[in-house]
Design a protein around this ligand. Structure first.
Ligand SMILES: C[S@@+](CC[C@H](N)C(=O)[O-])C[C@H]1O[C@@H](n2cnc3c(N)ncnc32)[C@H](O)[C@@H]1O
Length: 230
């Protein structure tokens, strides 16, 4: 994948955005230094980006405009929360809300989530949420999905031993069954459907897409997976 956020990266290094790429969110991104992170900042500084680095780290991959990042951070002040997404508009809107609320335990990263998670030290991630990822419904599109075998193997290494969790929600039965099958093959644990990971305030954390699907009475598939004990 082309590196998400490359133009923000260049602008932070003093280069102007090329005219053909003009996008007001690119310029607004400059107002959120220390809140909206680029892939290189993440690669270089990683968990030091938070004020209190002793707190457990929760990541939401595909955080959209930050609704759940804000809910997690506000309701769980003893956690650090990082939202990751690949578009300027969504990450800028999320960063804007964090700045307005003055939250110091929430940050937004513009990056591919697989790349960002691969840069974490082993065992340093307390929880990962992937809520309603792009479903890539056709069989030949499955290779584009975020959660595939290499991703789950990577996650097993990055999650905190014993306590780390992977919270997954989707409206796609096929995506859900693929993740569930993979989890079983790789010996992950699996919760009952309505479980919220222990350690977080037990709120439903309904996402923007989830609310749309609930409104249409569509089924939602959700589980908390826990990595195999090594
Ligand atoms: C269908 S939306 C779901 C948004 C939100 N999680 C929700 O449930 O309301 C999927 C989101 O994932 C983001 N996304 C897609 N591929 C990604 C990737 N490789 N890394 C990070 N985010 C990604 C998209 O930009 C989009 O905001």
């Amino acid at each position: 994948m082309k590196q998400a956020g490359m133009l923000v990266e260049r602008m932070k290094n003093g280069q102007a955005a090329p005219d053909k790429h003009f996008n007001p969110y690119l310029y607004e991104a400059m107002d959120y230094q220390g809140i909206l992170l680029t892939a290189s900042e993440w690669a270089e500084r990683n968990r030091d980006v938070f004020k209190d680095t002793t707190k457990p780290l929760l990541i939401e991959a595909g955080c959209y405009m930050g609704k759940n990042v804000l809910e997690f951070a506000q309701n769980n002040p003893d956690w650090n929360v990082l939202g990751i997404d690949i578009t300027y508009k969504r990450t800028v809107k999320a960063a804007r809300k964090i700045k307005n609320l003055g939250l110091d335990n929430a940050k937004i990263l513009i990056s591919d989530a697989h790349l960002a998670i691969s840069q974490l030290p082993a065992g340093s991630l307390s929880g990962l949420c992937v809520f309603f990822p792009d479903p890539w419904p056709k069989k030949k599109q499955r290779k584009n999905r975020l959660v595939q075998e290499p991703f789950l193997r990577l996650l097993a290494d990055k999650l905190e031993p014993q306590k780390g969790f992977f919270w997954f929600k989707t409206d796609s039965l096929d995506y859900f069954e693929c993740v569930q099958d993979l989890g079983r093959t790789l010996h992950w644990g699996e919760s009952a459907p309505d479980v919220v990971p222990s350690g977080l305030e037990p709120l439903p954390y309904t996402t923007v897409f989830e609310a749309l699907f609930i409104g249409k009475n569509l089924p939602i598939y959700r589980r908390v997976f826990t990595p195999p004990r090594s």
